[in-house]
Design a protein around this ligand. Sequence first.
Ligand code: SF4
Length: 373
Amino acid sequence: MSRGVYMHIPFCLSKCPYCDFASRPRRFSGEMEQYLSALLMEISQRAGGRADTVYFGGGTPSLCSAAQIKTLLDTLAHSLRLSPQAEITLEMNPATMVLSSLQAFRQAGINRLSVGVQSTSPRSSRLLGRSHTPVQARATIQKARRANFTNVSCDLIYGLPAQSLEEFQADLNTLLSWEPDQISLYALQLESWTPMAEQIRNKTIARPDDDLAAKMYAWARTVFLRKGFIQYELSSFSRPDKVCRHNLIYWSDDPYIGLGVAAHSYEQGVRTWNCSDIAEYMQKVMQYGKAQEGREALEGRERKTERLMVGLQLTSGVNKQKMRRQFGKDWKREFLKPFSEMKQAGLLEENSDYIRLTSRGMLLADVVFRAII
Ligand code: SF4
């Protein structure tokens, strides 16, 4: 079993119109420094045990300097046992990256980059409100290689308003030509309160077509597999030796500790989370050393359902032996009906070791999840 640490840096250059993450631009100079002081305090109060992976997410953690990231890592290593082989990822906005910064991040201990490319098409990048251009994204990946990063992942969004299959195909082919080690492929999902959802309601931009998005995903899967990538999770395609260990922790029921505003932690069915307001987070941590806002202990059927929903995200599926160990030999009883229906529909497959989504099931994962709930 591995254990991960997630650190949330909530600041961005600007707010993208589709984004529902806990992120926003800084409101005053010195806000980042103030936030990092609180984060350092939380690390020293809450971190303990060990960590096999560290993930700086956001927001845009690459707005921190390499010196700030190093201080966070040093404080973490002081507060827990950080594995010498730890995978340490930094999410990065290509708009801001120069070679010397990348070299400094590498020097500070970052050994994996997650680059928020999102699209290689100028039109889609503008629609998404990205603060970088595709040219900058490509240059960032090239500079990352020169800075000795051997593990570079890129995010790509599909199913955009008015995006044709051909446009998406060009988008993905361009990104593949930049030779990343992993691509995380996300369908555009909009919360109702985001500006882009409002634009769709106003008919200023077209409503994304779900059937077309499913075709894009199916096409992308075949291309990835042809190019030698493996799919280890519904959205993640990587070189065989570059599977993201931190991602696997989330999908394998392994424990993780979340530090920073809105960060979630998980251990043995108990989920806790921090408050999501930045000022409140800073004030609470400075006063009490923590800013926990909620706690949820999953038990019985709820816990089993959660394990199934999470485990089915992995292409290896849900490990039946693990489920038996955890919940007893009759763990499947409550799910026999949906399992049988989904297998008949060709969406689930099962053998003595695992139960998992079929290729068709990956396209219709929501149908399977709804049946299980
Ligand atoms: S850069 Fe990322 S986290 Fe920041 S607003 Fe855009 S999508 Fe959200």
